[in-house]
Write a protein that binds this ligand. Structure first.
Ligand SMILES: Nc1ncnc2c1ncn2[C@@H]1O[C@H](COP(=O)(O)OP(=O)(O)OP(=O)(O)O)[C@@H](O)[C@H]1O
Ligand SMILES: [Mg+2]
Length: 352
């Protein structure tokens, strides 16, 4: 029998998060760009060819004779790198690359096939689940690793694909612990409502579920939606502020990320302070997201029993959002991995 692993991938607009049945987890920006032959790379990095050589910041691959950079490497070194913002992302030529890169990075070296667990937004679940599965099922992608992974050529087949609704599945990461035991029995009481606000790079997925007893739950569709706001709006604000201070100079996403962290940037040898702008931008995006959620929930908001904020954006915005939600917002550890973890838990429940 072929050696198999189960890999759960949350392919976000911003970051690809993956966890495996081997216990590993990885995260890298969902970015692909064209690459080129680099004579210098291996000259500078003279590491031994060990497992340690797995380097998510240096992913340079060749597929069908074409060079690509993936993740941080693409953000920093490709001039045509892009995130896939299409509605039907499964159709994009970079989508299989990102899934297979995640799979090949996370599995043990001798694994030949995987069961892939993945997700789709609740809104598109019904319409996209079939074509999405067909795109990936039974396929493998031969990747030649120039750097980022010691193995030269690698191919892992996707033997099975299971797709779960994003956000809705994430409920499991809030009500179960890592052993699959329910944490808070009060929360599970029949009729209780639990809300998930998943703030991502480009979107905020909102989902409210009603408990059905014994840990089962079903979504309340009228209070669930995908809102087109996220960390990317913060990026847009900062970009504008930067351009105002520099007579319209352009700035890359990775530099914006740095400005948000450091609140300043060196420009032509001078330090430009952007702390006020970062603060204002955070406040403004927070209010935008909060307002959209409040419009969706209206008075129902007051009687929802628990509200969890998850996703990478929760680190950025949760504290700012608290006052808009009567300080009721809770979060979980590993909140950026909540979807990936939940697909895995869904799978465990289905196959138990
Ligand atoms: N420790 C952190 N502190 C602050 N912000 C963080 C942290 N970790 C992640 N983020 C932010 O989270 C964002 C990405 O979150 P996430 O991975 O949940 O998005 P995504 O799932 O890719 O996007 P989407 O859900 O829209 O498809 C990043 O843009 C980053 O700014
Ligand atoms: Mg997400």
């Amino acid at each position: 029998m072929k050696k198999q692993e189960i890999v759960s991938v949350d392919f976000g607009y911003g970051y690809t998060k993956a966890i495996s049945s081997n216990g590993k987890r990885i995260i890298f920006p969902s970015v692909v760009g064209s690459g080129r032959e680099r004579g210098l790379a291996s000259f500078i990095k003279n590491k031994k060819a060990t497992e340690e050589q797995r380097d998510l910041t240096e992913m340079h691959i060749k597929v069908d004779g074409k060079h690509f950079y993936v993740g941080e490497m693409a953000e920093k070194n490709s001039n045509d790198s892009s995130r896939i913002f299409d509605r039907e992302r499964y159709n994009h030529e970079y989508t299989p690359i990102l899934y297979h890169v995640a799979i090949q990075q996370i599995v043990e070296p001798d694994v030949e096939e995987v069961i892939l667990l993945a997700g789709l937004p609740l809104n598109y679940y019904k319409s996209q689940v079939k074509p999405f599965k067909e795109k990936l099922l039974g396929k493998s992608l031969e990747i030649e690793w120039i750097s980022g992974l010691p193995q030269q050529r690698k191919k892992v087949n996707i033997a099975q694909v299971e797709v779960f609704p994003q956000g809705y599945s994430a409920v499991l990461s809030t009500i179960q612990n890592s052993e699959g035991k329910f944490i808070n029995s009060d929360l599970l009481e029949e009729g209780n409502q639990l809300a998930i606000i998943d703030i991502g790079f480009r979107t905020t997925d909102v989902c409210v579920v009603e408990m059905k007893g014994k840990g089962a739950f079903s979504p309340l569709i009228q209070y669930s939606a995908t809102i087109d706001q996220g960390v990317v709006n913060l990026y847009e604000f900062i970009k504008k502020a930067y351009q105002e201070k520099t007579q319209g100079s352009d700035v890359s996403d990775s530099k914006i990320k740095r400005i948000i962290e450091k609140k300043y940037i060196n420009y032509k040898g001078k330090k430009i302070d952007l702390s006020k702008e970062v603060e204002e931008a955070r406040q403004s995006v927070t209010n935008g997201i909060s307002d959209s959620i409040k419009m969706l929930w209206k008075d129902e908001l007051d009687t929802i029993d628990q509200i969890y904020v998850i996703g990478g954006g929760s680190y950025e915005f949760r504290d700012y959002m608290q006052k808009n939600f009567d300080n009721r917002l809770k979060t979980i550890v590993d909140s950026q991995f909540a979807n990936a973890i939940s697909y895995y838990r869904m799978w465990k429940i289905l196959t138990a």
